[in-house]
Design a protein around this ligand. Structure first.
Ligand SMILES: Cc1ncc(C[n+]2csc(CCOP(=O)(O)OP(=O)(O)O)c2C)c(N)n1
Ligand code: SF4
Length: 333
């Protein structure tokens, strides 16, 4: 088949761009034989970033492994909306662990596969940010330290959504949740707390760490595919807007995810053995205000008494990310 040079933006569309690419470069979602791992009929809210991220991630993992994936799922929205017993939307071998031990259960499944000499069967553990950065953190760190052959995927919607939007250690500063200050001079989550799980994962020197976003699904698929080509512990942290918890319009999910990336608040990068090996550079840089204004959890920053100081502090966080990860186009020659 003859091919023609194509422009970057053409490949972002599944209807047109993929037909212009050689088979090997087409997205998993454009493949008619994709698994549809997380099938229709589940009960996620309209515009749920987590449902979208999980479908793309697991379909890409299935494609990369010749459909040999077992997934272990922590308690949380993804588990609850996909699998109201006795129904399930999963089309793959899938197991519900406890809230805090998905990585330990997955490590056990991987060990069982090794003992049974089924090394072609690959194991994925997945959960929300609460299940990952808080209650599951010890088990996850242990899995990294042992370098168990598991890909862990965290779907970060920045709070405990399944139980009614409580703060997690991944909730950003100033965001209002059901358990952060509702009133006062500085309502919302406090500054200076929380955890950056991708950086903590890198500190374990595991083979592969990446961040991804539903704003860039080709990049997400590529990172899952890369992770599946590696043995040992791997970690992917996916930013997934949650219309219910963030107070945003369901139709704005991708727009908001894109603004998080383009403002520098959610840097996209890859790291191997603790060293950053790739980053997504920002062709268009937007002020954080564009991202914050679309979400009611930040509405108190823009009301009748705007809180410019807090917005400036959030802007400073984005600017720091841009410097730290070299995201500005002019940063790399
Ligand atoms: C030991 C334990 N504590 C609390 C709960 C209740 N619980 C179930 S899901 C959940 C929140 C999940 O939040 P997160 O991991 O961030 O995932 P999300 O729902 O946001 O995707 C909580 C607190 C539980 N199932 N088990
Ligand atoms: S609460 Fe949020 S994460 Fe949960 S299903 Fe709804 S949109 Fe998705």
């Amino acid at each position: 088949m003859t091919t023609q040079p194509i422009r970057f933006y053409q490949t972002g569309t599944f209807t047109v761009g993929n037909r212009l690419l050689p088979d090997s470069e087409r997205s998993a979602q454009a493949n008619m034989r994709r698994t549809n791992s997380l099938n229709s009929g589940h009960r996620a809210c309209q515009g749920c970033g987590e449902a979208l991220g999980a479908r793309y991630a697991i379909d890409a993992a299935m494609q990369a492994s010749g459909n040999r994936v077992i997934a272990v799922n922590a308690t949380g929205c993804l588990e609850v909306f996909s699998t109201p017993y006795p129904e399930t939307s999963w089309q793959i071998p899938w197991m519900h662990s406890l809230f805090g031990n998905a990585s330990a259960v997955a490590a056990g499944v991987a060990a069982a596969m090794r003992i049974k000499n089924k090394k072609d069967v690959r194991v994925i553990a997945q959960g929300g940010d609460g299940g990952t950065t808080d209650i599951g953190f010890g088990c996850l760190s242990g899995m990294f330290e042992r370098n168990d052959d598991v890909l862990y995927i965290c779907y970060d919607n920045e709070a405990y959504m399944n139980t009614g939007v409580q703060r997690s250690s991944a909730t950003p500063p100033a965001a209002r949740t059901a358990t952060t200050m509702a009133v006062g001079a500085h309502p919302g989550n406090v500054f200076g707390t929380g955890k950056n799980l991708p950086l903590i994962a890198m500190a374990h020197h595991i083979p592969y760490v990446a961040t991804a976003s539903v704003a860039n699904l080709r990049d997400l698929e590529a990172k899952v595919t890369r992770a599946m080509s590696i043995r040992g512990s791997r970690y992917i942290h996916i930013h997934v807007p949650c219309p219910l918890g963030w107070g945003s319009q369901p139709a704005d999910t991708i727009r908001i995810a894109r603004l998080a990336v383009e403002s520098g608040l959610f840097p996209l990068f890859e790291a191997e053995q603790g060293e950053v090996t790739g980053r997504y550079q920002l062709r268009r840089r937007v002020p954080v205000e564009e991202y914050l204004r679309l979400q009611r959890r930040f509405a108190h920053l823009f009301g009748s008494t705007p809180d410019a100081k807090t917005v400036a502090a959030i802007q400073a966080m984005a600017d720091r990310n841009i410097r730290t990860f070299g995201l500005a186009v002019e940063a790399v020659v």
